[in-house]
Design a protein around this ligand. Structure first.
Ligand code: AMP
Ligand code: MG
Length: 321
């Protein structure tokens, strides 16, 4: 298993040798390597069993550093960067050649983010290279939101996990770019649409493609537990599965089901707060996935604020059935 700790100098030593380190961010834990070292980047794809057509996000700690890796930050993306960095926003920007092709899967844009979590910021500030970091989980599975999640699945393949506690946002970043002049969201995530629109006016969302995705976080089936994951009206589903004699667990938004034992149900947010639901979503999916049941039953949230991004993940989890 990997060692787990908060030693950014040790993390730096590993990264300088081309090794991978798992890092906390406010969204989810990342599997990080030196983005300018093609061998380290190749190791990220190998470790995750990630297809090479699925490009990585570059992480660094200041807008000034971002400018070293991109040709330009066109308006109005620049306003979004100034407003929301550091934070759960990824921008697709025209890349410079210094970024290895493997990072961008050969695309002429690179995805860049300035994260806000203190520990990764301290690490980035002592590195003289940016980090390429996808979520630290096997490709297609649920993203990790605490160090133990990473250790469970990738611990035997990496030397070190920086432990930053539970991720505050708990959902991947919102990915934004331009289609012509139109600000476009390619992946719903931890920064909600309304916050973007308050700054740049109306945005278009292109996050539901399932074939030949421009952005593979768009793949229809993704973020999936290993158990069948069924969405619908929970009261109806519970009746049906009880009648059929199938063992199930329940992932609810806020309602409690008094007739089901508490270990077989999780409320994402007892007070009906979509932010809290987002923060709890992936850990809850993992917990239920580990129970001795045949199926997980769940429901959608009200489709606004972060509820929209949570619903996106719930639908993708259900799409793998
Ligand atoms: P992950 O780091 O696992 O959350 O995934 C990163 C996601 O960012 C990928 O799955 C893509 O959807 C998206 N992405 C990264 N780079 C690009 C790019 N140059 N163009 C479009 N999408 C990108
Ligand atoms: Mg991922």
């Amino acid at each position: 298993m990997a060692s787990i700790g908060v030693d950014i100098n040790l993390a730096k030593d590993h990264l300088e040798k081309g090794e991978l380190v798992a890092v906390p961010t406010e969204t989810v834990y990342g599997l990080a390597g030196n983005a300018l070292n093609a061998d380290a980047v190749a190791r990220i794809f190998e470790t995750k069993k990630r297809p090479s057509f699925d490009p990585l996000i570059l992480h660094t700690d200041t807008i000034e550093k971002v400018r070293q890796f991109v040709v330009d930050i066109p308006e109005p993306l620049n306003i979004l960067a100034e407003t929301f960095w550091p934070g759960p926003l990824t921008l697709l920007l025209p890349r410079k050649k210094i970024i290895p092709d493997l990072v961008t899967s050969g695309l002429d844009t690179v995805a860049v983010r300035v994260p806000s979590h203190n520990l990764i910021r301290s690490l980035l500030s002592i590195l003289d290279f940016p980090l390429a970091a996808p979520s630290a989980n096997p490709f297609g599975y649920i993203s990790p939101t605490r160090a133990s999640h990473v250790n469970d699945q990738l611990g035997d393949q990496i030397p070190y996990i920086l432990d930053g506690g539970d991720c505050e946002v708990g959902l991947e970043s919102t990915i934004v770019g331009l289609e012509g002049d139109q600000v476009t969201v390619y992946r719903l995530g931890g920064l909600d649409i309304q916050s973007l629109e308050e700054v740049v006016g109306s945005v278009q969302v292109m996050a539901h493609s399932s074939s030949n995705p421009k952005s593979p976080g768009m793949l229809k089936s993704h973020y999936a537990p290993t158990k069948p994951f069924i969405l619908g009206n929970l009261n109806d589903l519970i009746n049906d599965y009880k009648e059929a004699g199938v063992e199930f667990a329940v992932l609810a938004y806020d309602q409690v089901f008094p007739n089901i034992s508490s270990q077989f149900q999780i409320q994402l947010s007892p007070n009906g707060d979509s932010k809290e639901a987002a923060k709890n979503l992936f850990a809850a999916m993992r917990t239920l996935d580990s129970l001795d049941v045949s199926v997980i039953l769940s429901e959608l949230l009200p489709d606004h604020g972060l509820g929209r991004a949570v619903n996106d993940r719930l639908k993708r989890a259900a799409a793998s059935n």
